[in-house]
Design a protein around this ligand. Structure first.
Ligand SMILES: *Cc1c(COP(=O)(O)O)cnc(C)c1O
Length: 401
């Protein structure tokens, strides 16, 4: 068994299979699921000692930490190139935990406007309720970041690639602007996945995943993770999350841990199929516009090529004829399922204006490019030829009606 320091020099795919493994006295090959809430102490003195200082492989209570959860945290940290990680019950527990643990009343945050609906809720409704000031900017416009970031700005927050309009944000430049003001750069990296982008290498300080998406990758468990420096994770994030109950369950951690072993293969297959499908959709009758960062028609195609290895696994496109035509199209699909998740082995399609982004006003939706004809396709692991046939068939049906 290679130790953690030797593993660090090995390639990502090797780390995805071996990093973080802790073997019990039975020497199991597949990582054990420690489905336990508590831990036994040899004596009252030992319990007291552990509460004073908890060693690296010592545990107190599963809300604070658990060996299976720890294996997942170490493995994803090794993949991301982060010093440490804290696993959470969901992606939103991670977003909330990272922001609330570091902010206090009077602080200022700058965020990109194009955000996942629940992320927008935390920034717009939760943080502001406790006296944090939040300024929203068009994330693709560096001059807006320049003028919004101030000397009292404590954090900047954005998604790249963003949901659902797939904007790409210049991580290195935004990080330079934020760091000049002493602000922490927090990136919700779901759409880029741990596979395609070295987000910390580009300048971010903290990376967040909804593990529900590509990390599980098979639509089973909710989970999330916050990655960053050891100091940020253990001194800022952990005290907040272990006392407020956002910890990942050991069962979900075990599913996520085993899923990391195949994540790169899955994501590469999904990204390659996405490129093929986006190219096939572009220019088709009935499709007004295809948004995919891997197409030269995407406004940030060059930037995406520079900071990300692929165009990702999600395609947005606009059906001519608005909501009625988009609904006819969705209802005519036979392989691709209507659901609002993403990153699953099964291809999934959603109509953001009436589902994930229904809460927004029509004006907000227009500002984010979420028109009534826009649909978001998360490409799964099916054969891309079958998916293209399904999409083309549904397009014909939608137009014929
Ligand atoms: C899904 C998602 C989240 C929330 O994750 P959950 O696991 O559903 O809580 C946050 N940000 C982005 C970009 C997402 O896609």
């Amino acid at each position: 068994m290679k130790d953690a320091n030797t593993l660090k020099t090995l390639k990502k795919r090797t780390r995805a299979v071996h990093s973080g493994t802790r073997r019990s006295q039975y020497g199991e090959v597949s990582e054990a699921l420690f489905l336990t809430q508590g831990f036994v102490y040899d004596s009252a003195e030992a319990a007291e000692a552990r509460f004073i200082e908890t060693g690296p492989d010592e545990y107190i209570y599963a809300r604070y930490g658990n060996p299976t959860v720890r294996m997942f945290e170490d493995r994803i940290a090794a993949l991301e190139g982060a010093e440490d990680a804290f696993a959470t019950a969901s992606g939103m527990a991670a977003v909330n935990g990272a922001l609330v643990s570091m902010l206090r009343a009077g602080d200022h945050v700058v965020a990109a406007r194009a955000l996942f609906g629940s992320c927008l809720y935390i920034l717009e409704e939760v943080l502001t309720r406790y006296g944090v000031e939040v300024t929203f900017v068009d994330g693709t416009d560096l001059s807006q970041w320049e003028s919004a970031v101030r000397s009292d700005t404590k954090a900047v927050f954005f998604e790249s690639i963003s949901n659902p309009a797939l904007e790409v944000i210049d991580i290195a430049s935004v990080s330079r602007i934020a760091h000049a003001a002493g602000a922490l750069v927090i990136v919700d990296n779901v759409f880029a996945t741990p596979v395609f982008q070295d987000t910390l290498g580009l300048g971010a300080d903290v990376v967040i995943y909804s593990a529900t998406k590509h990390i599980d990758g098979q639509g089973r468990c909710l989970g999330g993770v916050i990655l960053g420096s050891k100091t940020f994770i253990r001194k800022t994030v952990e005290p907040y999350l272990k006392h407020t109950g956002g910890a990942m369950s050991p069962f979900n951690a075990w599913v996520m841990l085993k899923s990391l072993e195949t994540m790169e293969l899955r994501c590469r297959a999904q990204a390659s199929a996405s490129q093929t499908i986006a190219e096939a959709l572009e220019g088709q009758p009935g499709i007004a516009r295809v948004i995919f960062p891997g197409l030269p028609s995407h406004p940030q195609f060059a930037l995406n090529g520079a900071q990300m290895e692929t165009g990702g696994t999600v395609i947005a496109f606009e059906i001519e004829g608005g909501q009625a035509a988009a609904f006819r199209f969705l209802n005519a699909l036979e392989i691709i399922t209507i659901s609002n998740n993403l990153g699953d082995a099964k291809s999934i399609i959603t109509h953001p204006a009436t589902t994930t982004h229904q809460r927004l006003t029509e004006d907000q939706r227009q500002g984010l490019g979420i028109t009534r004809g826009l649909v978001r396709l998360s490409v799964g692991l099916e054969d891309p030829e079958d998916l293209i046939a399904d999409l083309m068939g549904a397009m014909t049906a939608a137009q014929g009606a």
